[in-house]
Design a protein around this ligand. Structure first.
Ligand SMILES: Nc1nc2c(ncn2[C@@H]2O[C@H](COP(=O)(O)OP(=O)(O)O)[C@@H](O)[C@H]2O)c(=O)[nH]1
Ligand SMILES: [Mg+2]
Length: 295
């Protein structure tokens, strides 16, 4: 289910309460983010909420992101004790995550007579792969273990193969939308419906970012010799056109996105570019770089 995204403070308050309530039940919080947009797919309140608890940041969808950038982000987040790259489509990174969880379980039980399984919860903004991670961790054999003594009624736990316990519903956080770039980056990655901008405008924005960051990937994907230069581009009526628009035109011509009357089908071009980016077909791309404020 895609959670609707109308952001208002009421959401934040309710989210906070729900997560605070669940936090009391767990030893560790797993925060899932999108490795392509590690900044925009985080929610600022989570830092405050988890103070005093171990937290592991999962940079999910790392199969779609730039490995070198993912490494930098892991370092930014405090290294391998605090962050792990994952691919929930094939289980990549699961071993590392489980190893870190095992360490935390050992710490929890150090000096204790009775061994207790580690309990954890998963949080994150919509579409980062929370449900996929739950499925990965629990596998096909996942079983609800039902209410347990001392646990708020109605809470359901899933057992991992190693006996650890996972709260079965993830905490859904809302991203911070005050910065318009956050909304745009989330839209690029399909984390919010394409309603903040129309498809061709969103693709236009994406092409602008990609021309700057990953020009060689664009050239390769769209079979182009070079990217249009910033100067001296004019349409047939002599009006100046931007290099990004010229690029969109070039891609459309290559792919035959032409309407009757030889007009460019920007809707189709936009949809294609967005789909190909989201599917990883343009290449492995990180839109937000570690150490930079926006991108
Ligand atoms: N390429 C890729 N896609 C993923 C990965 N994890 C999840 N997805 C896809 O991302 C979409 C959202 O995943 P989901 O688990 O429903 O996200 P949730 O909203 O956070 O629960 C689905 O289409 C998943 O198949 C991943 O590691 N790599
Ligand atoms: Mg889900």
């Amino acid at each position: 289910m895609i959670e609707h995204i109308n952001w208002y403070p009421g959401h934040m308050k309710k989210t906070r309460e729900l997560i605070e309530e669940n936090l009391k039940l767990v030893d560790v919080v797993i925060e899932v983010i999108d490795a392509r947009i590690p900044r925009s797919s985080r929610n600022p309140i989570i830092d405050e909420l988890v103070i005093g608890k171990p937290r592991i940041i999962v940079l999910n969808k790392s199969d779609l992101a730039d490995d070198a950038e993912t490494e930098k982000w892991i370092a930014t987040f405090g290294g391998r004790d605090s962050a792990v790259a994952m691919n929930c489509m094939n289980g990549g990174g699961k071993k590392q995550l489980l190893a870190r969880l095992a360490q935390l379980q050992e710490q929890k039980n150090a000096g204790q007579l009775r061994h207790r399984p580690l309990r954890m919860m998963i949080v994150g903004v919509p579409n980062v792969g929370k449900s996929s991670l739950i499925n990965r961790l629990t596998g096909k054999k996942s079983a609800r273990t039902g209410d347990r003594p001392g646990v708020t009624r109605g809470k359901q736990w899933l057992s991992l193969e190693n006996g650890m316990q996972l709260l079965d519903t993830p905490g859904i956080l809302w991203p911070k939308f005050e910065d318009p770039n956050v909304g745009i980056d989330l839209a690029f990655c399909g984390s919010i419906k394409d309603e903040i901008l129309d498809t061709s405008t969103l693709a236009f924005e994406l092409l602008t970012v990609l021309s700057d960051r990953y020009p060689e990937l664009l050239l390769k994907r769209y079979n182009l010799e070079e990217l249009p230069e910033a100067e001296e581009l004019f349409d047939e009526d002599g009006r100046e056109i931007s290099p990004t628009l010229a690029l969109m035109d070039a891609i459309s011509l290559k792919r035959g996105f032409i309407l009757p009357g030889k007009k460019i089908d920007y809707e189709r071009a936009g949809r294609t570019i967005l789909d190909e980016f989201r599917g990883g077909l343009i290449g492995r791309i990180t839109l937000e770089k570690a150490g930079e404020h926006i991108r």
